[in-house]
Design a protein around this ligand. Structure first.
Ligand SMILES: [Zn+2]
Ligand SMILES: [Zn+2]
Length: 259
């Protein structure tokens, strides 16, 4: 009798792919690598979600915009939310998740929208998404999204800090995707005791160290990153992070399987 080969069921981590159609912040400058406004596509075996859909989005998004299971918007600045300025060229039928402040600030409104509460969990097939308020803008209050899909990710393209404190939000993360507006130039402003603006990458790297977050993706490139080469920017971040942190600077069109 032919010996049977023992079969083991290999338990594989579900594939999580991140694609960055655009990686630029609200700046005039652009480069070959950072031309379109920041957005991110999260794809799992069951679902795909688009995070942010700004005015100057990558035109490749228009063709597939209704193929996503959902769109989540962080805030109503035009580099994240097209409806602040105009109606998208194409009719968007997929649900657009956003806070009531973002919805109220928009001039045009998405047809199919879901008003979210911070702290509540929203389930899109095999992805769970939870919004937390961040310090970023006084006029257009922003949230970041903590995403659970086998691994724990945080998408926070515009951030000074997390409003209720970082512990609950950053603890246990496998990957942080955060603000590249500034490498080391202070972009935090203060109006009547209220902070707004952007944290430096230098600061964000320290969050990764403090909360033992093993991976970091920088997106939402600002003037500093746009004006230097990829290698120069990388060198700077290694200066802040050391060799321990596994980091990537996202560029337009970058697609990586993160887990
Ligand atoms: Zn922005
Ligand atoms: Zn913003």
């Amino acid at each position: 009798m032919k010996a049977m080969k023992a079969k083991f069921t290999e338990v594989k981590q579900p594939k999580i792919t991140l694609t960055f159609p655009g990686t630029k912040g609200e700046i005039e400058e652009e480069s070959q690598l950072h031309k379109y406004h920041t957005s991110m596509i999260l794809s799992t075996p069951q679902a795909s979600i688009l995070f942010d859909y700004g005015l100057k989005h990558n035109p490749s998004l228009d063709k597939k915009i209704n193929e996503f299971d959902a769109i989540f918007i962080t805030h109503s600045h035009p580099d994240h939310y097209i409806w602040t300025v105009k109606e998208p060229d194409k009719k968007i039928s997929v649900p657009v998740y956003l806070t009531s402040v973002t919805y109220d600030y928009s001039i045009r409104k998405p047809d199919n929208y879901v008003i979210i509460e911070t702290g509540s969990i929203y389930t899109v097939k095999d992805i769970k998404v939870q919004a937390f308020e961040v310090i970023h803008s006084l006029r257009c209050p922003a949230v970041c999204y903590r995403i659970s899909c086998g691994k724990k990710l945080l998408y926070s393209p515009d951030i000074v800090d997390i409003k209720g404190g970082k512990d609950n939000v950053l603890d246990g993360l496998d990957l942080l995707i955060a603000d590249g507006s500034s490498l080391n130039v202070n972009m935090v402003r203060n109006k009547d005791g209220q902070l707004f603006g952007h944290a430096m990458i230098k600061t964000i790297v320290n969050w990764c160290k403090k909360y033992s977050i093993p991976k970091l993706i920088i997106t939402h490139a600002g003037k500093q990153i746009v004006s230097i080469s990829y290698e120069e920017a990388e060198k700077k971040i290694i200066e802040y992070a050391g060799q321990e942190l596994d980091f990537t600077i996202a560029y337009d069109g970058m697609s990586i399987t993160v887990f």
